[in-house]
Design a binder for this molecule. Structure first.
Ligand SMILES: C[S@@+](CC[C@H](N)C(=O)[O-])C[C@H]1O[C@@H](n2cnc3c(N)ncnc32)[C@H](O)[C@@H]1O
Length: 225
């Protein structure tokens, strides 16, 4: 969807008005609509729909895990070239964009957050790539067929909350059993199941805005064993 078209709820308009295009620090070949600060944007988003219980604006930042995984895919395109890719918890769409730039045959971005879906569409357009989208909660029924048949699941920074991490691991385990590969970018969040993962690469990732506890986050790319 080109930006602004079919934006009846105003999500794309809101994203464009509250962010600006910036190159991703670890992947400067990709530019994303990002915000400088999380909290003011979070408040504006909540005011927009009069709901103070909203999740943070994850879509407005390139998270350390996503940056590392995008860098990995850009530097080692053989992991995705010609493949059908699921970018789970896509946020800004960073990882999916990297996969497309590296020659993925198709990429579907999954994120239930409507602002993330608007950001993904704007960012895809900004980077001249096509991304498909689903807002369905794929984690609710991990054994169900995916909306697009896929070869590989890419996961940028999804192990930051315990219940979500458990659902992601169950989903990836089911997909792995069905023959898909699963790659994860993660800076060692609290609920990363390291005992189930094989480390593939490591990067020093410049932190997104004021969101992290260090200016450079050591961040690894992992494969589900
Ligand atoms: C920390 S952000 C990571 C975004 C992006 N992958 C990156 O690395 O920059 C986590 C994202 O997961 C999404 N998310 C939360 N629950 C989800 C679910 N059940 N299925 C898919 N995505 C989900 C959030 O909306 C958010 O965009």
């Amino acid at each position: 969807m080109p930006a602004g078209e079919a934006d009846a709820c105003g999500y794309a308009t809101f994203v464009a008005a509250n962010t600006r295009p910036n190159p991703v620090p670890l992947c400067p070949e990709i530019t994303l609509y990002v915000a400088d600060q999380a909290v003011p944007l979070w408040l504006r988003t909540a005011e927009e729909i009069d709901d103070m219980g909203l999740p943070p604006p994850f879509w407005a930042f390139a998270w350390a895990g996503g940056q590392a995984l995008a860098r990995f895919v850009l530097d080692q395109p053989q992991w995705v070239r010609g493949k059908r890719v699921l970018d789970l918890g896509a946020g800004s769409g960073l990882v999916g964009i990297a996969a497309r730039l590296s020659g993925a045959a198709a990429v579907i971005c999954a994120d239930p957050d409507p602002w993330a879906q608007a950001a993904i569409e704007l960012n895809a357009e900004l980077n001249g790539v096509r991304l498909d989208l689903t807002g369905a909660d794929l984690l609710a029924r991990p054994e169900d067929p995916l909306p697009l048949e896929c070869d590989i699941v890419l996961v940028g920074d999804l192990f930051y909350e315990q219940p979500l991490a458990g659902h992601v691991l169950a989903f990836l385990t089911a997909q792995r059993a069905a023959g898909l590969l699963a790659l994860i970018g993660d800076p060692g969040r609290s609920y990363l199941p390291k005992d189930r993962l094989v480390r593939m690469a490591e990067y020093g990732v410049p932190a997104a805005g004021e969101l992290e506890d260090a200016d450079i986050k050591r961040t690894a790319v992992w494969r589900l064993g």
